[in-house]
Write a protein that binds this ligand. Structure first.
Ligand SMILES: Nc1nc2c(ncn2[C@@H]2O[C@H](COP(=O)(O)OP(=O)(O)OP(=O)(O)O)[C@@H](O)[C@H]2O)c(=O)[nH]1
Ligand SMILES: [Zn+2]
Length: 208
């Protein structure tokens, strides 16, 4: 793993999550719920949950060099590139419940562009961790900034949080929007407005 090549990838050490400990913990949780962990439907639940977290938290240990796979091209293009409506699924670090939504990403190249499919892959790398939406937004922007050294990067994330929908305040329609603006998107109001105008024409309202 080239963990240190891109500091903004903020990877965790080690080969992966400890699935054995997760299985033991889930079994203990089932007992704590008052359930019988040996009944048929629950027998393999600890194993399923451990596998699920392995998938949902895979973003901590993705090799960013492999992710980009050399798909950075020297291109003489200095207008805004916008990739919008990138769906993502993450877990809030406070409750470990999903927050889901979409990210809109833009950058203005300075001699280098990145393969289109790599931007959703970068979003997934940061979504598949225990997160807060603000940090995830910032990490996507910082990472692209570090990889591309562009004129600017902008990221807007809109999401609905299960922890605010199915428990606690139980607000089903409220959604959260976060943004990070770097370089030209921060310094130039016109650039920022061009991006915000572009994403305001997004296809569908966010819903489940
Ligand atoms: N800023 C931010 N807050 C989040 C995010 N995900 C969850 N939260 C909030 O984290 C907070 C944790 O607050 P606590 O009071 O410690 O936890 P709680 O008792 O479960 O809070 P309630 O949800 O209000 O019942 C809650 O207000 C959540 O809505 C996120 O991505 N960003
Ligand atoms: Zn939460």
């Amino acid at each position: 793993m080239n963990a240190n090549v891109y500091a903004a990838a903020d990877l965790l050490d080690g080969d992966g999550i400890d699935t054995q400990s997760i299985q033991e913990s889930v079994r203990r949780m089932l007992i704590a719920f008052g359930e019988d962990p040996n009944r048929q439907g629950l027998l393999r639940t600890p194993e399923r949950v451990a596998k699920m977290y392995e998938e949902l938290l895979a973003g901590y240990r993705i090799d960013p060099v492999e992710l980009i796979n050399d798909a950075i091209f020297d291109v003489n293009y200095d207008e805004m590139v916008v990739v919008r409506d990138i769906e993502f699924y993450s877990l809030c670090e406070h409750h470990m419940l999903p927050f889901i939504g979409r990210a809109h990403v833009a950058y203005i190249p300075k001699g280098k562009v990145i393969g289109l499919s790599k931007i959703p892959r970068v979003v997934d790398m940061f979504a598949r961790r225990l997160q807060v939406q603000e940090r995830m937004t910032r990490q996507i922007a910082d990472f692209l900034n570090e990889v591309l050294h562009p004129m600017g990067v902008a990221v807007v994330v809109e999401a609905i949080h299960m922890c605010a929908m199915i428990r606690g305040v139980k607000k089903h329609n409220s959604r959260m929007t976060t943004s990070t603006m770097l370089g030209a998107f921060r310094t130039s109001m016109a650039t920022r407005m061009e991006f915000l105008d572009n994403i305001s024409r997004s296809a569908e309202p966010l819903h489940i």
